[in-house]
Design a protein around this ligand. Structure first.
Ligand code: BMA
Length: 332
């Protein structure tokens, strides 16, 4: 009992926080935008010409989204934001983009010397995964829709494995569900995808990540394996609660899951994560690793309204995930 009281007095929280919020969060809001926007959130991120490039989802007052880039030297301040949409839906040529494009993820494809941008196209048949390539984040070459609806939360690996590109994505299945598991698929040419396999299953029952999960950020290569950040959506009496967990995939065979966290490692807590257009949502679509410091910057949408930043040390994340159990899929 004394121990319990002492813990409460000293803050009450015995969990080690792996991710530390930036003190001046949120870093970007609709007010920072050079043109009228309802909300800016769920940004992808990559390094571009030595600078941090965010590709943010911007929602207008019709309710439709487009993507706009913001570039900064330090990834925290002095953002140079495009004065008009960087990548807009083009429903005339790509009818699946009818109600906008959302939630990008960026992967640099070393072989092609191009960046792959996977994003959600909001079609009148439901959300699906589209892919575009770019060399400069000004001109985009659309590959088009690569996964049929309903599917979203997709990102590519930066290289081929046994000749195949690999993509992680999240289709929804209505079989005894709905259930939304994370899948992995392969392609020779980035356009036609197959060899679909479940990668990480949504758990069931009382788990924080029961029934619906999805990839957050692009896979991060580490000496121990590919580090994966994913969200779990818990249905509560006051709506959905988006929290984040970690997994580690085999370096050579990414379809093999080595570890998965039982606990969530980041969740909505601050007012900009709890209150906004959609309450209680943290939704990262990108992270970057500074190899010289071992620090990760994770960029995320807060409550579908603003952009926030949290940092972590790669060695802390690896140490944590290596202590997590090997997944036993049959237990889920
Ligand atoms: C998901 C996506 C995200 C959004 C989240 C919470 O389905 O649409 O863009 O942040 O819901 O509303």
């Amino acid at each position: 009992m004394t121990g319990f009281k002492t813990r409460l007095k000293s803050g009450g929280n015995t969990y080690k926080e792996l991710f530390k919020r930036y003190r001046n969060n949120p870093i970007l809001t609709a007010k920072s935008w050079p043109y009228a926007a309802n909300t800016v959130f769920n940004p992808a991120v990559t390094m571009f010409n030595g600078k941090v490039l965010l590709l943010a989802r911007v929602e207008d007052r019709r309710g439709f989204s487009h993507l706009t880039k913001a570039i900064s030297d330090d990834g925290v301040s002095n953002w140079q934001i495009d004065t008009s949409p960087t990548l807009e839906s083009d429903p005339k040529n790509y009818p699946e983009e009818e109600w906008g494009i959302e939630d990008p993820r960026i992967t640099h494809l070393e072989e092609l010397k191009k960046w792959a941008v996977t994003y959600t196209s909001y079609s009148n048949a439901g959300p699906l995964v589209s892919l575009a390539l770019t060399e400069d984040f000004t001109n985009f070459e659309r590959i088009g829709p690569v996964m049929a609806p309903e599917d979203k939360d997709a990102a590519l690996f930066p290289k081929r494995f046994n000749g195949k590109w690999l993509m992680i994505h999240r289709p929804i299945s209505t079989n005894k569900g709905p259930y939304a598991h994370i899948w992995i698929s392969g392609s020779d040419d980035l356009k036609y995808w197959g060899g679909h396999e479940i990668l990480i299953k949504a758990r069931r029952g009382g788990w924080w990540d029961a029934n619906k999960i999805g990839l957050c950020t692009q896979p991060l290569e580490t000496p121990e394996g590919w580090l994966i950040l994913y969200h779990g959506v818990r249905q509560t009496a006051s709506g959905a609660l988006y929290r984040l967990g970690l997994a580690l995939l085999d370096l050579e065979t990414p379809s093999k899951v080595l570890r998965r966290s039982d606990e969530w490692v980041f969740g909505p807590h601050e007012s900009y994560e709890r209150n906004g257009d959609v309450q209680d949502v943290v939704f990262p679509c990108g992270w970057i690793l500074d190899n010289s410091t071992g620090k990760i910057k994770m960029y995320y949408g807060g409550a579908d309204t603003c952009i926030a930043l949290a940092t972590a040390s790669l060695s802390d994340l690896i140490e944590y995930i290596k202590r997590c159990p090997e997944p036993k899929q049959e237990d889920y």
